[in-house]
Design a protein around this ligand. Structure first.
Ligand code: OAD
Ligand code: ZN
Length: 246
């Protein structure tokens, strides 16, 4: 089976780099973006330039974020996260590259510096001007107080979740580290991503071109199944559950 084959590839690999998307967190109660019921089937994305230009867009963005707060706060790592954390502890996985913003790789046991967050993190906020970090509670308190998404107390620029929106520049250091890891691994496993959002979706092919074997685990076909050495069209919990060490 695919899972047996994956087991052989994992056993034979020296450096494994997992690359994750929203599909790894759906069993934790967090919706993905493009499946039926996904975030982008319900809401249109708010591009970065709109967030910058419009108080109304900022208010809407924060209303959406607070509407999700119970879901994010209650989410615990799933079988996929735990399997990757097991391989990390075993020394096979140096770091995980993720498009996710939910902090669940850290919660599963990865040290913060070993989670490369291409699209940032939604569990705290940052000023888009000076970069000052703010706890979400601070934003919530201000928002509830006067009904407006707040600006930075230092430089008066808008405060946003510490995530990357469409049209926002990608984080330099994370891009550099993800590039180096993709080129240094001998097994690259893309997990739970439709692989349609670039530049993130370029890492599987980058790894493949640098000589790694490529595995894709996703319930649905992806854009890049045809370049993979192994494709597992199954539930992530089922496919990675056998690799959770207890
Ligand atoms: P998508 O929603 O595009 O893709 C998630 C994939 O996971 C889908 O193909 C699902 O079929 C699959 N999936 C969901 N649950 C699964 C499960 N339990 N087992 C197996 N497969 C499952 O999410 P991403 O690819 O992560 O960026 O989206 C990429 C980026 O688009 C996000 O980081 C976000 C979004 O816009 C920004 O907003 C910048
Ligand atoms: Zn500021």
């Amino acid at each position: 089976s695919g899972v047996e084959r994956l087991g052989e590839m994992i056993a034979g690999a020296r450096v494994i780099v997992p690359f994750t998307g929203a599909g790894i967190s759906t069993e934790c109660g967090i919706p993905d973006f493009r499946s039926p019921g996904g975030i982008w089937t319900r809401n249109r994305p708010i591009p970065f330039d709109e967030f910058v230009a419009s108080q109304e867009a900022r208010d809407e963005s924060w209303r959406r974020r607070f509407a999700m707060e119970e879901v994010f706060a209650a989410a615990k790592p799933g079988r996929g996260h735990r399997a990757l954390a097991s391989l990390y502890r075993a020394g096979k996985v140096p770091a995980v590259i993720t498009q996710n913003i939910d902090n669940l790789h850290q919660a599963s046991g990865f040290a913060g510096e070993h989670v490369i967050e291409l699209h940032g993190n939604t569990t705290y906020a940052r000023c888009i001007g000076c970069g000052q970090a703010y706890p979400l509670d601070w934003v919530r308190h201000r928002f509830d107080g006067d009904g407006f998404a707040p600006n930075c107390t230092g430089c008066d620029e808008p405060v946003k979740t510490a995530t990357i929106s469409f049209g926002q520049i990608m984080p330099d250091d994370e891009m550099r580290r993800a590039t180096a890891l993709s080129q240094a691994c001998d097994l690259f496993i893309a997990i739970g991503s439709s692989l349609v959002v670039w530049p993130a979706a370029g890492f599987p092919m980058m790894a493949k071109n640098a000589g790694a074997r490529l595995v894709i685990i996703n319930r649905e076909p992806t854009e890049q199944d045809d370049i993979a050495d192994l494709v597992i069209h199954d539930d992530i919990g089922e496919a990675l559950g056998p690799f959770v060490a207890n």
